[in-house]
Design a protein around this ligand. Structure first.
Ligand SMILES: C[S@@+](CC[C@H](N)C(=O)[O-])C[C@H]1O[C@@H](n2cnc3c(N)ncnc32)[C@H](O)[C@@H]1O
Length: 203
């Protein structure tokens, strides 16, 4: 597209509209994998990222970036020398993110959260300080949910955190079994209202 056309202000609203349509279309095809028909709100992004000490984080992992609602904001806040690895099972979202977020600090991987340790090993990255997860753990079969929780705990650096946002508390028993005490909060201004679970790996 010609640069002058790209910068026309009237075309700016088309970007969020395109993201919303891509997200909603995929929700209709894979409702259980997405868990919501619209991406997360800025309120939820703000509340989840409040727990992240970006000055300290050299490696961050995101599960289920979707159209990049968290991803863009994580990149905006993250250190210049930090790395973000986003694991996404939906091929459309992987293509979309690779095209729209060409940041050398970001690696988008078409794989499941359950493969986090294998993927980090393949990329030769250190253990992450944070794993930020928007995948619908609550609607997964218990063995899959348990596998993802255990892999996440094992992948984190000592004292690192697994930050989970969900629309139900169904994943809570698994998180408590895997991490011990879990700090809970809510973001009611999100649609649907979201629950946040902050799980800390042993120091
Ligand atoms: C509720 S959407 C969240 C999207 C985005 N993070 C947001 O907050 O708007 C859940 C995302 O998780 C992805 N997903 C589901 N299961 C996954 C898994 N096992 N590993 C990685 N991504 C997964 C879906 O394809 C979808 O993009």
């Amino acid at each position: 597209m010609h640069e002058n056309v790209r910068s026309l202000p009237i075309l700016k609203p088309l970007k969020p509209l395109g993201e919303a349509l891509l997200f909603a279309g995929n929700f209709l095809r894979h409702p259980n994998m997405l868990g919501s028909i619209i991406p997360s709100s800025r309120f939820l992004v703000e509340q989840v990222l409040e727990s992240v000490d970006f000055g300290r984080a050299r490696v961050i992992v995101e599960y289920g970036p979707g159209v990049g609602t968290f991803t863009g904001e994580i990149l905006r806040r993250m250190r210049g020398d930090a790395r973000l690895v986003a694991l996404e099972t939906n091929r459309d979202f992987v293509r979309f993110l690779t095209r729209t977020l060409p940041d050398p600090r970001l690696t988008v991987v078409h794989d499941s959260a359950a493969e986090v340790q294998t993927v980090l090993g393949r990329l030769g990255l250190a253990a992450p300080r944070y794993i930020i997860s928007g995948i619908p753990l609550g609607s997964m079969p218990d063995p899959v949910r348990t596998e993802i929780a255990e892999q996440s705990r094992a992948a984190l650096e000592p004292g690192g955190a697994f930050l989970v946002y969900q629309f139900t508390a169904r994943a809570l028993p698994t998180l408590e079994r895997t991490f011990g005490a879990v700090e809970r909060s809510r973001e009611r201004r999100n649609f649907p209202p979201a629950q946040l679970f902050l799980c800390t790996a042993p120091a």
